[in-house]
Design a protein around this ligand. Structure first.
Ligand code: GLY
Length: 354
């Protein structure tokens, strides 16, 4: 699934990777490497698009040029801008520019930008091609790949969305050179959880290979279960507690940090249920710690609040539900007794107060 072949991006001799997301007529390539956003004109030309709207959260000098008549729309990364009003605004800009569904929309930004722009593209003229140029580690290893698009409602995150696969994804590592520390952690949380869902031993590999392996793992899962009917749930390893921690801390804890703690907890819960042995439980802690990610619960969150938040998880159709490791690998485990969940949470180490 991962190949290294010649392409314009290789003209600088920088190593790169290509991963195919195999979805029949909706298959596409994820290009990963330094400078790969230079491939955008070729991608746009192959689509036959005559115009493009580029929605960018990056400054002009870092925004890719599709080399067709374009409208550049500036946006900001962040959950606060990820709503239906933003989708409406984008679609109105598309109309004003005369974009047709034979043209193309390009997103350039973090996961909130690829999510919002992806949904606008999915809805505009009932579906217009979109190319993602993800600029954060989180967006490169997860958000931009697999076709999930969504925006938030006041009632919760990602409650309105659609599946809309991109025509291509250009993961340009140049965008990561100025990534703030917290943003790294955000992406590393998603890479760390890959260890338990089919891509062990990424830690210590060059960044390019870690990203390519994470994308390859996700591409295989999406190809097998595009609409999240079963297997795709395992991508949410560590996310049930992770999402609850994000909410309980008022999003002071970043997504990847919550997923990291959630991964440690998932190991402990699987151990408490007798699904894995002590060595594998400890491995959950050790892998997360090796990435320099948090392994302990924040001081201020209460077990009861976390349990209530986890009941609201989208996967929880039959009581408390977690993706857990087990003798046959990771899988969705519904109906876990509340006292087991609470006791396992209560036994987690805590960050010192203050
Ligand atoms: N981020 C989880 C998924 O794409 O299914």
């Amino acid at each position: 699934m991962t190949t290294s072949t010649s392409s314009p991006a290789a003209s600088s001799a920088a190593p790169f990777r290509q991963v195919t997301v195999a979805l029949a007529e909706r298959s596409y390539t994820v290009h990963i490497g330094h400078g790969v956003q230079r491939l955008l004109p070729r991608v746009v030309s192959a689509l036959g698009a005559r115009k493009a709207v580029v929605v960018t959260a990056r400054p002009p000098e870092q925004t890719p040029d599709p080399k067709v008549p374009s409208l550049v729309v500036s946006t900001r990364d962040g959950e606060e801008a990820k709503d239906l009003a933003a989708v409406t605004d984008l679609c109105r800009r598309f109309v004003e520019f005369g974009l047709t569904r034979s043209d193309v929309v390009v997103s350039c930004g973090g996961g909130t930008t690829t999510d919002t722009v992806g949904l606008a593209a999915a809805l505009y003229h009932r579906g217009t091609p979109v190319v993602h140029v993800p600029t954060s580690l989180l967006a490169q290893v997860d958000a931009s790949v697999g076709g999930k698009t969504a925006v938030n409602l006041p009632e919760g995150k990602n409650l309105v969305g659609a599946y809309w696969q991109p025509a291509a994804v250009l993961c340009d590592l140049d965008h990561l050179t100025t990534l703030p520390e917290r943003e790294w952690r955000n992406g590393l949380g998603e890479i760390a959880r890959c260890h338990f869902i089919g891509a062990p031993d990424l830690d210590g590999l060059p960044l390019l290979d870690q990203i390519a392996a994470s994308v390859t793992l996700k591409a295989g899962i999406v190809a097998a279960d595009e609409r999240d009917a079963g297997l795709r749930h395992i991508l949410n390893y560590g996310h049930t507690l992770g999402h609850a921690l994000e909410r309980a801390t008022g999003f002071a804890l970043r997504h990847g940090e919550g997923v990291a703690i959630g991964t440690v907890f998932a190991g402990r819960l699987a151990g408490a249920l007798g699904r894995i042995g002590p060595g594998r439980v400890a491995e959950h802690h050790d892998v997360v710690a090796r990435y320099g990610l948090p392994t302990a619960l924040p001081a201020q969150v209460s077990v009861a609040e976390l349990v209530e938040l986890m009941r609201l998880d989208k996967k929880a159709t039959d009581g408390l539900t977690f993706v857990l490791d087990g003798p046959d690998g990771p899988g969705l485990v519904p109906g876990i007794p509340e006292d087991t969940v609470s006791a396992t949470l209560a036994a987690m180490p805590r960050e010192p107060a203050g």
